[in-house]
Ligand binder design. Structure first.
Ligand SMILES: NC(=O)c1ccc[n+]([C@@H]2O[C@H](COP(=O)([O-])OP(=O)(O)OC[C@H]3O[C@@H](n4cnc5c(N)ncnc54)[C@H](O)[C@@H]3O)[C@@H](O)[C@H]2O)c1
Length: 255
């Protein structure tokens, strides 16, 4: 078998990404653009830098708003501009302790992480199925969708990994498996990537504790995820579906 390089692989492909203007998403956008793809980014926040307008489009969208999502897909169909790959990267969390969680906070995280992933996946699945397009979906889980956060590593950092984030990320991993099986007869693949903690100038105590628990001895960088993302959205992974790939420096192997 002759393997293509990633520019050959993604040249002319249209990538749809949610949350593409965040810390991880913007690295993903940049990487696909470098690999000759075109990118549409759905995010309420603007991009952190300018890209070639012929290959990058930001559409200010709240993925929890069904009407906004429907009108976005209606316009895509009108233009016959159908994405080849969907990356459900948008995700949020809250940081207050469990006993202080409000229903609004809880529902807010569920809405973005679960409902958003569901809405986008269902909309694109319908389009691909109807047109016989063998698309690829990549969802975003987390180490905390697989293992339970050790609260001791947060100390007095003011951060905390909440139950609702864990629940939604576990749900996304399970949704990935469900949809992989459901979509397989149509040649559509669905996988998930679960990153470990990404360095973002967190509290030094938290970083120290987190790194201590990480076999590779450091926090992740957004660039650490790109190899796995390219692999799971390319023909190199053509016989892989329903999987959750942990990219976490070994954080979860001790669990
Ligand atoms: N950073 C980490 O340590 C880490 C670890 C594991 C998993 N993850 C997951 O990776 C993904 C990206 O995380 P990140 O660190 O880049 O977060 P981030 O906060 O930097 O970016 C998230 C992006 O999602 C967008 N977003 C929020 N609500 C939205 C909505 N309703 N509709 C559309 N877009 C919305 C935000 O505007 C933002 O641009 C998330 O799913 C997150 O849970 C992150």
């Amino acid at each position: 078998m002759i393997f293509k390089n990633f520019s050959e692989e993604f040249n002319g492909k249209l990538i749809l990404i949610t949350g593409g203007n965040g810390q991880i998403g913007s690295e993903i956008v940049e990487s696909y653009l470098q690999a000759s793809a075109k990118v549409i980014c759905l995010d309420p926040e603007p991009p952190q830098k300018q890209h070639d307008p012929n290959r990058f489009e930001w559409i200010k969208t709240d993925i929890t708003d069904k009407k906004e999502v429907e009108s976005f897909f209606a316009k895509l169909i009108e233009k016959n501009s159908i994405p080849d790959i969907l990356i459900n990267c948008a995700g949020i969390s809250v940081f207050s302790p469990f006993e202080e969680r409000t229903e609004e906070q809880f529902n807010g995280v569920v809405q973005v992480n679960l409902n958003g992933t569901f809405l986008l996946s269902q909309a694109i699945f319908r389009i691909w199925k109807e047109r016989n397009i063998k698309g690829i979906i990549l969802n975003f889980g987390s180490i905390y969708g697989v293992s339970i956060a050790d609260m001791r590593i947060y100390g007095d950092s003011g951060r905390n990994s909440p139950e609702v984030y864990a629940i939604t990320k576990a749900g996304i991993i399970h949704f990935t498996k469900y949809l992989a099986r459901y979509a397989a007869p149509y040649g559509i693949r669905v996988n998930c990537i679960s990153p470990g903690g990404i360095f973002d100038n967190q509290h030094p105590d938290f970083i120290k504790n987190y790194v201590y628990k990480t076999p590779l001895g450091r926090m992740g960088e957004p660039t650490d995820l790109i190899g796995a993302i390219f692999f799971l959205t390319s023909s190199m992974s053509g016989y892989i579906t329903g999987q959750n790939l942990l990219v976490d420096g070994g954080f979860t192997i001790g669990d």
